[in-house]
Design a protein. Structure first.
Ligand code: GLA
Length: 388
């Protein structure tokens, strides 16, 4: 892959001398959905698909961008002195946003660069594409300008900052953290309230995890996502009249049950219940995983999906159908939507020997019921962001 990318860089920019290649992966979240902006726990892992960036420093302040995913746009140009979000910039808002973030955080970048980007995450699948772009670019800038007081965790935080403040998407830290900090064959158990984390081996033995792409476009995702976040903030504000808490993630289900009548609107009661119980499920899931109790892990996945469907209302007919059909297949232990929802993918835990039957049955029934075509990927858990 590295050679292929360098060759393309040379074709586009004339030479690849001194050009470097960087990679940051996408992610799949096993459990702990919509908890990361509520100070709860998440359990994602990094994939082996992601975003590649090839870049080379320039002597002037010009920025030149080329994406192999949008070849027809050719090379587009920008300037270090003009780091503004513009709709018309399209994907180049990503590198511009990361440069802008470095500047905001007090880092002075004096020269421009030529860069080429290539991503191999299926588009619109909700597998952390934009986070992987942000993290790959954050890494590229750190390495290219030899900024040595920035850790991979900072790169994740910079990526999230760019999404929040430059792109106006109020995402949590999960996707960027998984992309920057992932480890081969490990899940990351992250407490988003203080960013303490540990790695848990994915000792799958006779089990397997499969991602199913619903191919349902995640329409108006950003608006609906931001709306959920505001609903949680409102629920929290109402609970704060009786509890000294900073986030919903601080509440155990027992505490929550005692004070939930402080929340006035019924819809906010459901949103808060999801945040609190999903956090507890994630804590229980890491115990199950560590104990090798995959049946319990599977049950927690099923409960997670039901809560995302009924309390958080972020699933939709396609994801619900995929999960229902998955659970009918012998050997399946659990299945749930993964990522932000409203389309995108599910993740399913099953006995390894069930995979073939699962793909045939779920593929057929899903198309019959929804008219969409499902695609299946075996999960390969890879390392986080790195220079190649
Ligand atoms: C998106 C966001 C994450 C997280 C998930 C839901 O992927 O980018 O921060 O909130 O949705 O768990």
């Amino acid at each position: 892959m590295k050679e292929k990318l360098l060759k393309k860089f040379e074709e586009i920019y004339g030479t690849s001398e001194d050009a470097k290649v960087y990679f940051a992966p996408g992610r799949v979240n096993l459990i702990g959905e919509h908890t990361d902006y509520n100070g709860g726990h998440v359990l994602p892992c990094a994939l082996t698909i992601g975003t590649y960036v090839v870049a080379k420093k320039r002597q002037d302040k010009k920025l030149r961008f080329f994406s192999m995913n949008y070849q027809e746009s050719g090379i587009t140009e920008g300037a270090l002195g003009d780091l503004k979000y513009r709709r018309s910039n399209g994907w180049t808002n990503y590198p511009i946003g990361i440069l802008w973030t470095y500047q905001k955080k007090g880092y002075r970048i004096h020269s421009g660069f030529d860069m080429l980007l290539y991503g191999d995450i299926p588009s619109g699948a909700g597998l952390g594409t934009s986070a992987s772009i942000g993290v790959a670019l954050g890494l590229m800038i750190r390495e290219m300008f030899e900024i040595d007081d920035i850790t991979n965790e900072d790169i994740a935080l910079f990526g999230q900052y760019a999404e929040n403040e430059f792109h106006g998407i109020n995402c949590g830290i999960m996707d960027q953290f998984a992309s920057a900090m992932g480890k081969k064959d490990m899940a990351i158990f992250l407490d988003t309230s203080d960013l303490r984390y540990s790695y848990a081996p994915l000792n799958m033995k006779e089990y397997a995890l499969v991602i199913t792409n619903s191919h349902k476009a995640r329409g108006a995702f950003d608006a609906k996502y931001n709306e959920r976040r505001h609903e949680c903030e409102r629920a929290l504000a109402q609970l704060q009249s009786v509890a000294a808490i900073q986030s919903l993630g601080e509440l155990t289900p027992e505490c929550y049950e005692q004070i939930k009548e402080m929340i006035v609107e019924p819809v906010l009661v459901k949103r808060a219940a999801h945040a609190v119980y999903e956090n507890q499920r994630t804590i229980d899931a890491i115990d199950a995983l560590t104990a090798g109790d995959m049946a319990r892990f599977g049950r927690l996945m099923i409960e997670s999906h039901r809560s995302l469907r009924d309390n958080y209302e972020v699933t939709g007919r396609e994801l619900d159908t995929l999960v229902e059909e998955a659970l009918k297949v012998p050997g399946v232990l659990g299945s749930r939507m993964t990522g932000g929802g409203f389309g995108g993918c599910t993740v399913t835990l099953m006995k390894r020997e069930a995979i073939e039957h699962f793909i045939i049955e779920v593929g057929k029934n899903y198309t019959e019921k929804t008219g969409y075509y499902a695609e299946f990927y075996n999960i390969e858990v890879g390392d986080g962001a790195r220079a190649l």
